[in-house]
Design a binder for this molecule. Structure first.
Ligand code: SF4
Length: 197
């Protein structure tokens, strides 16, 4: 999806100074923007779960994807325990999008570790409930151990999509529009979310 511009909301429960520090750290992991927003803007939809269940090769192959992750009703219950979220935005080129190669995996791992790092920073700042939903699928291992035990349980988190989050609908709620990248030569944006209170 294309570039997003969302205004900083001072009522989102986190200071601009801390958001900037998170962004400085996130940049070394490929992130280029962080936007705080109210949790009620997140759109959870049953159809997202359908897309995971029917048509995605990751279904039932990874600890960070359905059916290992919470169903939409459980997600709604989880979100009700949070007031704020951070939208993490990074950009990638699409040339490896449909491939499963080392270059794509290096990018995925970088993004994954960056998101967990920011969650840790928030925890140490007193946001003890912080919890990451990472963009795309976990690629920390070349092949996921699922259904055997996860090899890196401390870094295991659900993906944004596995939480049945309608990313495009959520972006619309945040007052921005996005388009779907249709050519493998295009640069696209990817999104992570950190739930916080
Ligand atoms: S860390 Fe490895 S085993 Fe655990 S969810 Fe990620 S890919 Fe699977």
């Amino acid at each position: 999806m294309g570039e997003v511009v969302i205004p900083f909301k001072s009522n989102a429960g986190i200071s601009q100074e801390l958001t900037q520090r998170l962004l400085q750290k996130g940049k070394s992991y490929g992130l280029n923007a962080i936007f705080p927003f109210q949790i009620g803007k997140i759109v959870v939809s049953e159809w997202v779960h359908l897309k995971c269940r029917y048509g995605c090769t990751h279904y039932n192959t990874n600890w960070c994807c359905p059916p290992a992750t919470p169903n939409p009703d459980k997600v709604r219950a989880i979100l009700s325990e949070y007031s704020t979220a951070l939208l993490l935005v990074g950009t990638k080129t699409c040339s490896d999008f449909y491939l499963n190669n080392g270059r794509k995996r290096i990018n995925q791992v970088r993004c994954w570790k960056g998101t967990i790092m920011l969650e840790r920073m928030l925890f140490l700042e007193g946001y003890y409930k912080s919890f990451s939903l990472v963009g795309e699928c976990c690629a920390l291992c070349k092949e996921c151990a699922y259904p055997d035990d996860c090899r890196f349980p401390q870094e295991k988190r659900p993906s944004v999509e596995s939480f049945s989050i309608d990313v495009i609908g959520t972006l619309k709620n945040l007052g921005t529009t996005s388009t779907v990248a249709t050519k493998t030569c295009e640069t696209y944006s990817y999104y992570g979310v950190i739930l916080m209170e």
